[in-house]
Design a protein around this ligand. Structure first.
Ligand SMILES: NC(=O)c1ccc[n+]([C@@H]2O[C@H](COP(=O)([O-])OP(=O)(O)OC[C@H]3O[C@@H](n4cnc5c(N)ncnc54)[C@H](O)[C@@H]3O)[C@@H](O)[C@H]2O)c1
Length: 310
C-alpha cells in the first residue's frame, strides 16, 4: 500500500480498526501496544486472514514506535475503557497520562501525520494530543460524532423499518451526556425525521443515542463498544487517505465558529488529505444552540481539570 496508518492500542477498538483498515485495503497498518506480544500476535493473526479476506495490506505489531515512523495517519485508542457505572469523564486522569506519552512519541516520528483521537473522555483527550504534538488544529481530529450519528441512524432505521443506507443523521457537541442530536438535520431518503415520526418517538431515539455507549457497557460488563467505534474511525481515515472530502461530524478545535473559542467539540467538518479542510457552520435554532453551548461548557470544565493534572 502507498499509505501507512499506525493504530496505538491493540485492544478492542484498536485491533478492530486495524482489521477494517486492512480489509478495505486503505493502507499498511502498524499496531502498537505496551503489552508485549499482543500487537505482534494480533498483527500476525490478521496477516494470516489476508489470503482469505483477499487483501495485500501489510500488518506489523510492535511495542516500540520505530515501525510507526512516517505514518500518514495515527489512530490513538490507547487508554482504559469504561466499566459499568463509570462515566467517560472518570477516565480522565489515567488516559491523559497515556495519551500524552503516546503523542510525544508519535509527534517525534511522524511529524506530518494526521491524528485521529479515540481515547476517552474524547474531547479532553483531543486537547492533550493537540497541545503535546504541537500539530496544527487541522491535523488533530476527535472521533465521536460519526459514532453517535451512526447509532442514531441505526435506531431510526429500526424504528421506521427502512434501510440504514437511506438514513442520515447529525449529532454534534461533546462526546458525553450533553451530546446534541439534531433531528431537523436527520433524514430518511432526504425527508427530515420530524416529518416521519412523532415528537415522543424522536425524543426516545435521541435519548437512546445519548446513552448509546452506556447501553453497550451495561450489556458487556467488562468493556465498552468497539465494532461501531472502529467503523467510525475508519470512515474518517478513509475520507482522509482517499481525499474524499466527506462532511462528517468530528471533534474539531474551534476558534470562533459557532461562537465557541479554544475548545474541541463535535461539529460538521470536511475531511480530506489535509485533515480538517473546513468547519461547516449550520444554522441552529435557539434551543439547539443552547444545547451546544451547554455541551461546550461541560468540555471546558474537563479542559480546566486537565490543567490541574500537570
Ligand atoms: N471516542 C469514542 O467514541 C470511543 C468509543 C469506544 C471507545 N473509546 C475509548 O477508546 C479507548 C480504548 O477502548 P478499548 O475498548 O479498545 O479498550 P481496551 O482496553 O480493549 O484497549 C486499550 C489498549 O490500550 C493499551 N494501552 C494502554 N496504555 C498504553 C500506552 N501507554 N501505549 C500503548 N498502548 C497502551 C492497553 O494495553 C490496551 O490493549 C478507551 O479509552 C475507550 O473509552 C472511545
Amino acid at each position: 500500500m502507498d499509505k501507512k496508518a499506525t493504530v496505538i492500542g491493540a485492544g478492542h477498538v484498536g485491533a478492530t480498526a486495524a482489521q477494517r483498515l486492512a480489509e478495505k485495503e486503505l493502507c499498511d497498518v502498524v499496531l502498537i501496544d505496551i503489552i508485549e506480544g499482543v500487537p505482534q500476535g494480533k498483527a500476525l493473526d490478521l496477516t494470516e486472514a489476508a489470503p482469505i479476506e483477499k487483501h495485500d495490506a501489510h500488518l506489523t505489531g510492535a511495542n516500540a514506535y520505530d515501525a510507526s515512523a512516517n505514518s500518514d495517519i495515527v489512530i490513538i485508542t490507547a487508554g482504559i475503557p469504561r466499566k459499568p457505572g463509570m462515566s467517560r469523564d472518570d477516565l480522565i486522569s489515567t488516559n491523559a497520562g497515556i495519551v500524552k506519552t503516546v503523542t510525544q512519541q508519535i509527534a517525534a516520528l511522524s511529524p506530518d501525520s494526521i491524528l485521529i483521537i479515540i481515547s476517552n473522555p474524547l474531547d479532553a483527550m483531543c486537547h492533550v494530543a493537540h497541545e503535546v504534538s504541537g500539530f496544527p488544529k487541522e491535523r488533530v481530529i476527535g472521533m465521536a460524532g460519526v459514532l453517535d450519528s451512526a447509532r442514531f441512524r441505526a435506531f431510526i432505521s429500526m424504528e421506521l423499518n427502512v434501510s440504514v443506507e437511506n438514513t442520515h443523521a447529525f449529532v454534534l457537541g461533546g462526546h458525553g451526556d450533553t451530546m446534541v442530536p439534531l433531528p431537523r438535520y436527520s433524514t430518511v431518503a432526504g425527508i427530515p425525521i420530524t416529518e416521519l415520526m412523532s415528537a415522543d418517538r424522536i425524543d426516545a431515539l435521541v435519548e437512546r443515542t445519548a446513552n448509546g455507549g452506556a447501553e453497550i457497557v451495561k450489556l458487556l460488563k467488562t468493556g465498552s463498544a468497539y465494532y461501531a467505534p472502529s467503523s467510525a474511525a475508519v470512515e474518517m481515515a478513509e475520507s482522509i487517505l482517499k481525499d474524499k472530502k466527506k462532511i462528517l461530524p468530528c471533534a474539531a478545535y474551534l476558534e470562533g465558529e459557532y461562537g465557541i473559542n479554544d475548545l474541541f467539540i463535535g461539529v460538521p467538518v470536511k475531511l480530506g488529505q489535509d485533515g480538517i479542510e473546513d468547519v461547516i457552520e449550520i444554522d441552529l435554532t435557539e434551543a439547539e444552540d443552547a444545547d451546544l453551548k451547554k455541551s461546550a461548557a461541560a468540555v471546558a470544565e474537563l479542559k480546566a481539570f486537565l490543567s490541574t493534572l500537570e
